[in-house]
Ligand binder design. Structure first.
Ligand SMILES: *Cc1c(COP(=O)(O)O)cnc(C)c1O
Length: 457
């Protein structure tokens, strides 16, 4: 009993901690009560904790809890599609549409011409097929779901072998590994070739009556170089089709427009060109280079898309109306601005094509207002990256504000900025903090200035 005397009162502790976080008081109370209950169990289990320890742990836990609340951040990392920072931001048009659909009723599954039940995603599927210049398309929760669903649909008992080159057994991150995804889908992985070289006859030799399909996986986040080689897609397609097998490609990022026309970077294969070259079904993410919401898009042959939509698992990974709305807006924008896609308001594409002069001018305006007594501030030429498992070889010129503090550590300064009201996230090297302008929305420049001013003074 005496041990429990170490427990602080919920009311008192909550009162003292509430001003430290921007959470409503009832939420602070509940959090503190849970922590104290947790410590009560520990004390009863004969652990030793002093009151100071309990108060300190609760305080740290509460701050961590408050900071973990989903909030907007300013991405100053120079990584365009940053998975940790929510990948692609949506443009204003998608945001407006989202608000309209989210706050009212919609024709999600209602046919306005007949007044009867309609099909979900009917418009989107046709628009997507137009964009991909293919027969049919659909969308699900994310690219991982799209791949699992496609494999589940195309493999069957006794015919479940999926042939993949050893050079494409990638791990994307966040628990996504091709061999494990295959296993989850009920497919049996048949590896062919070597890490650096796969020949057409490797694929050919692996085909058996149990083969369900051939799978190509885009090496999204790494590249191989040196003594390498692989057959061209039309060659693999011919082999697959001669054996009546589908050829599926997991493309990952799926750039709709030619990335090498936007910036001095490598060419990311587009779904359209893959389909043209003989792929039967192409799969890619909606929130990477497409610049839409989290989703997984599948495009290609009508019969296969129909089969996929009939698979019971499709129901478990279908998109909700908010995703369908924002994806529809993203796709429409590409369709409308096809001749000049940079005019569409897809932020990742706008960021990709910003000029160095423009970034430099903005950096100058920001730095002019900063206190320089205790920090060395310069404007540097840097390299930004596409990120999001796309174009791993491509770094492209960017501009950053470099801060070398002499009255505080770089780590401390970086933390201050992250925890500031604007949640400014840059990147650090040993002795400096960099604020890369390429991934910052110009309309938030004043917030960057404010956050830096406060943190430096
Ligand atoms: C990113 C990626 C995925 C996973 O996409 P999610 O939309 O995050 O599920 C799958 N395959 C490849 C090749 C990728 O690059």
């Amino acid at each position: 009993m005496s041990k429990l005397a170490a427990l602080p009162s919920v009311e008192k502790l909550a009162s003292s901690l509430a001003p430290e976080v921007s959470l409503p008081r009832p939420l602070v109370n509940l959090f503190v009560r849970r922590e104290i209950d947790r410590f009560r169990q520990l004390l009863l289990a004969d652990e030793n904790h002093t009151r100071e320890e309990i108060e300190k742990a609760t305080q740290q836990g509460l701050i961590k809890f408050a900071n973990s609340r989903l909030q907007s951040v300013i991405n100053a990392t120079g990584v365009l599609i940053h998975t940790n920072l929510g990948r692609s931001p949506l443009g204003p048009r998608a945001a407006t549409a989202l608000e309209k659909i989210a706050t009212g009723y919609s024709n999600l599954e209602f046919d306005l011409s007949s007044g009867t039940r309609g099909k979900r995603a009917e418009y989107l599927e046709t628009a997507l097929a137009c964009l991909l210049e293919t027969e049919a398309a659909t969308a699900v929760n994310n690219c991982a779901a799209a791949l699992v669903l496609t494999l589940r649909t195309l493999v069957e008992e006794g015919k479940n072998e999926v042939i993949v080159s050893r050079s494409e057994l990638v791990e994307i991150g966040g628990g996504f590994r091709i061999p494990e995804i295959l296993e989850t889908s009920g497919a049996k992985l048949v590896e062919v070739g070597a890490t650096n070289k796969t020949h057409l006859h490797d694929y050919e030799k692996a085909i058996t009556p149990q083969t369900a399909l051939i799978l190509k996986v885009h090496r999204s986040n790494f590249y191989i170089d040196g003594f390498i080689g692989e057959p061209e897609i039309p060659e693999i397609a011919k082999l697959a089709h001669d054996h009546n097998l589908p050829l599926v490609e997991d493309l990952g990022s799926g750039a709709i427009i030619n990335t090498d026309q936007l910036a001095p970077i490598e060419h990311e294969p587009t779904p359209q060109e893959c389909l043209r070259r003989g792929i039967d079904l192409v799969i890619f993410s909606g929130d990477k280079l497409l610049g839409g919401p989290q989703s997984g898009i599948i495009g290609g042959r009508t019969d296969m898309i129909a089969k996929i939509k009939n698979e019971p698992f499709f129901r478990a990974v279908r998109c909700d109306k908010l995703i369908l709305t924002t994806l529809q807006e993203s796709i429409d924008q590409y369709l409308e601005t096809k001749a000049n896609p940079t005019e569409s308001d897809v932020p990742v594409l706008t960021f990709l094509s910003k000029s160095i002069d423009e970034l430099k001018a903005r950096a100058k305006i920001i730095t002019k207002e900063l206190p320089t007594e205790s920090t060395e501030i310069t404007i540097e030429s840097t390299l930004a990256r596409p990120g999001g498992g796309t174009m791993p070889r491509s770094e492209f010129p960017s501009v950053a504000i470099k801060l070398v503090p002499n009255n505080q550590s770089v780590t401390k300064l970086a933390k201050k900025l992250r925890l500031s009201e604007s949640a400014l996230v840059g990147y650090t090297t040993d002795d400096a903090l960099f604020i890369d302008l390429r991934t910052i929305f110009p309309e938030t420049d004043h917030k960057v200035t404010q956050a830096l001013k406060t943190a430096l003074s």
